[in-house]
Design a protein around this ligand. Structure first.
Ligand code: CAA
Length: 255
């Protein structure tokens, strides 16, 4: 089991706990997270969900690169769709999901944070969509949700640059809602959850539904397009080189 579950004062807290891989997500953890979020949605004693990472270093350091290194196109399509399903479970939740980002939120980790309704982040938080450095593109919704949250220009800069940004920059571009000292992050997230809990649950659910719909109906089309491109790459030398270079702890040689 990689996800710890706790309920405190109507707040469901899910903590991804895989410290040896900086909370990187493999298929088992993705399935566990999907079930855990659905469990909190179904639990009548829960009104708000907080998603965070164990430890002081990482929220989620991305999709598991060692798993991806072994994937062919078909398996990559499945892996991409599984990650996208989890992000849809989170985004479609009628109960607000707050990402308490306590460190690295990279690649799939950033994409899971993007699917949450709010991103409260610690001062040491680091965001990136570094897929292009691995011979990949984002596969769990980054190309579709990032522009909707930070604007097309900022999203393009992050996705084709692949570089990391700190909490202040994430806040400046609207990726982070609020920034707190690491030690206060969970408490401050719970304080805001308490404010939400004072508001009408149906109104909140309807607000979230309408806001999600405001982005248009093309998200699913966009996700399908994205996951097709993501999986196609697994037939290219560039992707093999990018994933292998990471595992061999060397810089990738793409050209
Ligand atoms: N997958 C698998 N293992 C990972 C991982 C990942 N995404 N991120 C970190 N780890 C592992 C490392 O391999 C290492 O394990 P070993 O000790 O067994 O070698 C352990 O976690 C600790 O990591 P580091 O020693 O690298 O720690 P660091 O402090 O030196 O560096 C880091 C931290 C900058 C986050 C670095 O680990 C890193 O760059 N990780 C990869 C981040 C990344 O590229 N994520 C995006 C993945 S692509 C993706 O997510 C696709 C998608 O859209 C679905």
């Amino acid at each position: 089991m990689f996800i710890k579950k706790e309920i405190k004062n109507q707040i469901g807290i899910l903590t991804i706990d895989r410290p040896d891989a900086l909370n990187a997500m493999n298929p088992d953890i993705l399935k566990e997270m999907d079930q855990a979020v659905k469990g909190m949605i179904a639990d009548e004693s829960v009104g708000v969900i907080i998603l965070t990472g164990a430890g002081e270093k990482a929220f989620i350091a991305g999709a598991d690169i060692k798993v991806m290194q072994q994937l062919d196109k078909r398996a990559a399509l499945e892996f991409g769709k599984l990650g996208q399903e989890v992000t849809m479970t989170i985004e479609d939740s009628p109960k607000p999901v707050i990402a308490a980002v306590n460190g690295f939120a990279l690649g799939g980790g950033c994409e899971i944070a993007l699917s949450c309704h709010l991103r409260f982040v610690s001062e040491n938080a680091i965001f990136a969509q570094p897929e292009v450095k691995l011979g990949l593109i984002p596969g769990w919704g980054g190309t579709q949700r990032l522009p909707r949250i930070v604007g097309k220009g900022n999203a393009i800069e992050l996705i084709i640059g692949g570089h990391m940004i700190n909490a202040d920059e994430a806040h400046r571009i609207g990726l982070a809602n609020k920034v707190f000292p690491l030690n206060d992050l969970l408490e401050e997230s719970m304080k805001f959850a308490k404010i939400i809990l004072g508001n009408g649950p149906n109104c909140i659910a309807e607000s979230l539904h309408c806001i999600n719909e405001s982005a248009g109906h093309s998200l699913i089309d966009g996700l399908n397009m994205e996951v097709d491109s993501f999986s196609q790459l697994f037939e290219t030398d560039e992707t093999t080189e990018g994933l292998t270079a990471f595992v061999e702890k060397r810089k990738a040689n793409f050209r």
